[in-house]
Design a protein around this ligand. Sequence first.
Ligand SMILES: Nc1ncnc2c1ncn2[C@@H]1O[C@H](COP(=O)(O)OP(=O)(O)OP(=O)(O)O)[C@@H](O)[C@H]1O
Ligand SMILES: [Mg+2]
Length: 257
Amino acid sequence: MGKITAVANQKGGVGKTTTAINTAASLAASGKRVLLIDTDPQGNSSSGLGIDKDNLSGSLYDLYTGSKNIDEIIMDTSLPSLMIIPSNIELIGAELELSAKDGRETFLKNSLETIRHQYDYILIDCPPSLSLLTLNALVAADTLLVPMQCEYYALEGISMLLRTFNLIKDSFNPSLEIEGILLTMFDGRNSLANQVSDELKKHFGDKVYKTLIPRNVTLAEAPSHGKPVILYDVRSKGAQSYLELAKEILGNETSAG
Ligand SMILES: Nc1ncnc2c1ncn2[C@@H]1O[C@H](COP(=O)(O)OP(=O)(O)OP(=O)(O)O)[C@@H](O)[C@H]1O
Ligand SMILES: [Mg+2]
């Protein structure tokens, strides 16, 4: 049964999409069957995997509006065991349609029930807000993967994140767990980065991944070529760090039984 992990942080630009694409690709490269769901109207996960988001034959929007079922909106990517449900700006409209529906918070969860057994991992790239789209992702998820940029404001983000996490747990999804906190755009020469990292470890203990994602220009370039970084330049520091993260995730799985 595929584990569903939402990649989420209400703060913008912290590396959610970069992490969703490259963790999904790295898990797929190690032989896992992976589905990436783009639930951000910005559609960055879709374009980052080479999908022409302005000419979609089906997208998450069609699922939410009921015009297509989930099998009809899953697309191939350039990695054989990585699939994607794409999105584009149309998805903003789904929010309105959804808000009028009964069970508006559980729509994605219910839709995934019929396909989750086909995958080992389902990753959901969330937008930088607590919209109904994000809520659907957090309600569908078994776990939460939180990318955090090592800067001063990351610490302020912690309390906001914990509030949201507890809210979801108390209302719609009592079994939601934190998969891990991932430090992104890390620069070890920066003393603030080290301070933030220490602070996060104080709050979250071993939930903070040992793998650090360095600031690496190749990670920023890869999406404009429509490729996950392992297909763009596998020897780059960025590619190696996400491959290491996938290994850590798989290792945690084994040790958790
Ligand atoms: N480790 C990194 N090194 C260098 N650049 C990075 C790294 N991670 C992300 N970036 C760049 O930083 C910007 C923001 O990253 P990304 O889009 O992954 O963040 P996000 O949290 O998904 O943003 P949003 O909140 O808008 O969805 C992008 O231009 C991306 O290419
Ligand atoms: Mg994003």
